[in-house]
Design a protein around this ligand. Sequence first.
Ligand SMILES: [Cu+2]
Length: 296
Amino acid sequence: MKTIAIGSFFVLFALVASVATTAPAAFADHATASVSIPVGTSVPGCEETNECYVPAEVTVDAGGEVTWSNDDTAAHTVTSGTPADADSVGALFDSGLLLAGSTYSWKFEEVGTVDYFCIVHPWMQGVVVVQEAMAEEEEHMEEEEHMEHMDDEGHLITDASATGMLSDGTEVKIWTSEPMTGERMEVHVEFVDAEHVNHDITVTQNGEVVMDDTGAHHHGGSGMHETAPLSSDDPVDITVTFQGFGINAPFDGPVGEEVVFTNVVPEFGTIAMMILAVSIISIIAISAKTRVIPRL
Ligand SMILES: [Cu+2]
């Protein structure tokens, strides 16, 4: 009886997990975009590097929404138009004074390019490109393209962007899409030949956290994660923290070990650099060759 109970629990779990992992997270997501108003923009200078709004240009589908957050200590505005053309100022939208720490959103209905700026600090300028919402077919194609990196079970079949290893010999592979401004980046993680893997994963770009998933569970040992829309094309750093094999705690394996992938640049293929940091928790002496048999 007990075996049956555990067995059906497992099936149910596997079912739920597979539904969760195959649900098509809009792979080409242009429904929303986020723009930050960084610290220090109330004095001129940010326009020299086009960083008064970050990113200075974002793309959304028609009907998509852009959200600006004022991360500066001064108040700013997000006002459509350009300072040079008085008639254009605020013709489409105007946030009014956006106090420090507040946000403003606007939904863009029409295809085209919309300039905007800050009335208080007119050197602050940005652009929103509104594009035709992608036809469903195209989206499917992108989805298939995306699936080409994995087999039916979600295991990587193309070259991994980088590979690391836990102290028990379990290989950890990652594959990422290219980091692109305004786009979400996909990160596939695979613990090779492992089942019921629990892990955390953090992605940073130029020191900014763009993804922080804790408590991920991949019943087949692999899964896909997605970052927030990126604010630059720069490479990212990925930290995978292993949290053990198993469905119910206590979990097996070198819990707490981190595999850190720095400077991940997918177009250059393989590893830029890989560091294995072993935390104190995992000084359970397991020989590097020992395979940990996942316990159900
Ligand atoms: Cu301003």
